[in-house]
Write a protein that binds this ligand. Structure first.
Ligand code: BGC
Length: 377
């Protein structure tokens, strides 16, 4: 028994040694290393999930941008878990990172993880989503999220016909600060047209109760988002849309307008509305210019998307990281209040894309290749 145990221990030790020797890039990480400046990792990048094409897109853009970098990098995914995210931060700290670029799964929960990084003198850059209620965030690179929501809402207003048009509202996850900004931006544009009866809210008693308020407080926004959240989950979006249409009267169908927060949820919502014969036409928003949604736009199943050129965001984040590594202070263009401090930020504009300009904005700009789509004119 003892011998067998010893033999097993030896085998185990050999296996552990082999694993260590295989290097630290094993496991669920996706390393995108540049040529490297030593044995450790200079810049750690953490993205929230591989389950949404949006973030796989960011990973690819990071890899493209890093191909010729002199600094070594590693990209990890948190798979929609704050616990996994914290483990990822710790793993990267153990590899000696100097800069952490991170998109939090949950903006408030991520505070603990970045505080650990700060203790190790690591510069923290929040990428696309702000980390809230902590002083441990140095920089924030982002798109103009209020403008995203405003553009979605304006698109609906520009394309509805007549008045009394049923309006279905959907939002992102309440754990994501962006969900508040998108909804706030949209509400400012929609509210006057809700107040004057051009649009009639069909699926949110909380929004209905606030329809005369042009400016919503964070608490007000929280109430509406709590009711119409998709949690950024296409399945949740689908279930909610089904429930809403089942409860809707005929007057709440016909030609409708739908504020969907992003492409992943928009496609689910589109499928539900398209399969209801009492819905004669629907206008539907989105964001991210995901390939599947570009095809939906070409096929007239989704009306528009807000194109956020991830190449620019990656460039800004890596540009900042390199400035820090070179001992310089990165340039910023403004600040964001994260509930505790004003975080220095660099912000990028967004572009509205629909069937009319999809070729010009996404193909001619070489963001995507025409061969990836069918029926593109
Ligand atoms: C991002 C969106 C994305 C959403 C869901 C937001 O924070 O800004 O681009 O669609 O999260 O992942």
């Amino acid at each position: 028994m003892g011998k067998r145990f010893k033999g097993f221990t030896l085998l185990l030790m050999v296996m552990i040694f082999a694993l260590i020797a295989a290097g630290c890039n094993s496991g669920d990480s996706d390393s995108g290393s540049g040529s490297g400046s030593g044995s450790g990792v200079d810049v750690g990048i953490i993205l929230p999930t591989k389950d949404e094409p949006r973030w796989v897109q960011d990973e690819q853009r990071f890899k493209d941008a890093l191909a010729d970098s002199d600094y070594s990098t590693e990209i990890l995914f948190s798979q929609g878990s704050s616990a996994k995210e914290k483990e990822n931060v710790e793993a990267l700290l153990n590899k000696g990172i100097k800069v952490l670029i991170i998109t939090p799964h949950d903006g408030a929960a991520a505070a603990a993880a970045v505080e650990a990084a700060k203790k190790d003198d690591v510069t923290v850059i929040a990428y696309d989503r702000l980390i809230t209620d902590t002083d441990a965030v140095d920089y924030y690179v982002t798109f103009d999220s209020l403008a995203v929501g405003a553009a979605q809402a304006q698109y609906l207003l520009d394309n509805i016909e007549g008045s009394g048009v049923p309006l279905y509202l959907y939002a992102g996850a309440a754990s994501d600060n962006n969900a508040f900004l998108f909804f706030e931006g949209a509400w400012k544009v929609l509210q006057p047209k809700i107040a004057d009866g051009t649009l009639v809210i069909a699926n949110s008693s909380e929004a209905e109760a606030l329809k005369d308020s042009a400016d919503l407080s964070r608490e007000d926004l929280g109430k509406i988002i709590g009711q119409v959240t998709t949690n950024w989950d296409p399945n949740e979006a689908k279930n909610k849309a089904q429930t809403h249409l089942t409860a809707a009267s005929d007057a709440q169908k016909g030609d409708v307008a739908i504020l969907a927060p992003n492409d992943g949820t928009a496609r689910s919502i589109a499928d539900v509305f398209a399969s209801d014969s009492a819905v004669t036409n629907y206008l539907l928003t989105g964001q991210d210019a995901e390939k599947a949604s570009i095809q939906y736009i070409i096929d007239e199943k989704q009306s528009m998307t807000v194109f956020k050129d991830v190449r620019t965001l990656v460039e800004d984040a890596m540009g900042m990281a390199i400035e820090v590594l070179d001992g310089n202070t990165p340039e910023t263009t403004g600040t964001y209040d994260n509930g505790q401090v004003e975080v220095k930020a660099k912000q990028t504009d967004v572009i509205v894309v629909d069937k009319e300009n999809v070729k010009q904005e996404l193909i001619d700009s070489e963001y995507y290749d025409a061969s990836e789509f069918t029926g593109l004119e």
